[in-house]
Design a protein around this ligand. Structure first.
Ligand SMILES: [Zn+2]
Length: 236
């Protein structure tokens, strides 16, 4: 594709986003774009997708944290599950070594099962995992994160949390996609996390910090109010 086709595609997408209710220009914390974001999601939300790098709110929150805390990446080997394009580009650029992974072939550098990661112990300084744990056996995945991370290594984890619930909702009755959709709102989700998700992460052997954007940053970067990034470090 030529640069003129790229530019005209970008202009077309930006005009389309304005006509669909984008409220005002935003900054992309991931790629540096400034302008209108496109709508996305079901049900559709306005001001969501960066037309340049494809980021949505969750990637921009992680990029915002990395902008102040991401110096360690230059010395880190990073394993990134279910890679989003914009975040994948950023990590590949900044990390000492970068490997993307997905359960499905052709989507990433390696085909890996997050519940049984085919990598040696202590082989990565950083794991990035956004909106995956709600789809899998998270206790096995977290134990695997702990195993493949070096002592003091960090897992950057994002997942949907219902902060008003003290307990995570799981129900063994929901075995089919239809039942899972009824119980958990999405046919491929296995639970709805409550605030106790923090304890699940700690139980796997991690010390936990969390980050959310507040005030004007939410407007500037087009973020979800109160969305959390969990920063889980292995305790040596
Ligand atoms: Zn962007």
């Amino acid at each position: 594709m030529t640069w003129t086709a790229n530019i005209s595609g970008l202009v077309r997408r930006v005009f389309a986003s304005r006509s669909k209710g984008a409220s005002f220009p935003r900054h992309c914390s991931l790629c540096g774009y400034y302008g209108w974001f496109m709508p996305a999601g079901r049900p559709q939300r306005i001001d969501v997708r960066c037309p340049k790098c494809g980021s949505t709110e969750r990637s921009r929150l992680m990029a915002l944290w990395l902008s102040g805390h991401g110096q360690f990446l230059q010395d880190a080997s990073v394993l990134h599950f279910a890679p989003e394009r914009g975040m994948s580009d950023l990590l590949r650029r900044r990390a000492r070594h970068y490997v993307s992974a997905d359960l499905v072939g052709g989507r990433a550098d390696r085909m890996l099962n997050i519940e049984a990661i085919d990598c040696p112990d202590a082989s990565f300084e950083c794991i990035v995992c956004s909106h995956v744990l709600e789809h899998v056996d998270d206790r096995r995945a977290l134990a695997e994160f702990h195993r493949v991370l070096t002592p003091g290594g960090v897992a950057l984890i994002m997942l949907p949390v219902i902060e008003g619930w003290s307990r995570t909702y799981e129900n063994g009755v929901a075995r089919t996609p239809e039942e899972r959709k009824r119980h958990f709102g999405q046919s491929d989700h296995l639970r709805l996390y409550g605030a106790d998700v923090r304890q699940r992460i700690r139980t796997a052997g991690f010390a936990l910090e969390e980050f959310t954007a507040e005030g004007e940053d939410v407007l500037t970067y087009g973020l979800q109010r109160g969305e959390k990034l969990f920063i889980a470090r292995t305790t040596a």
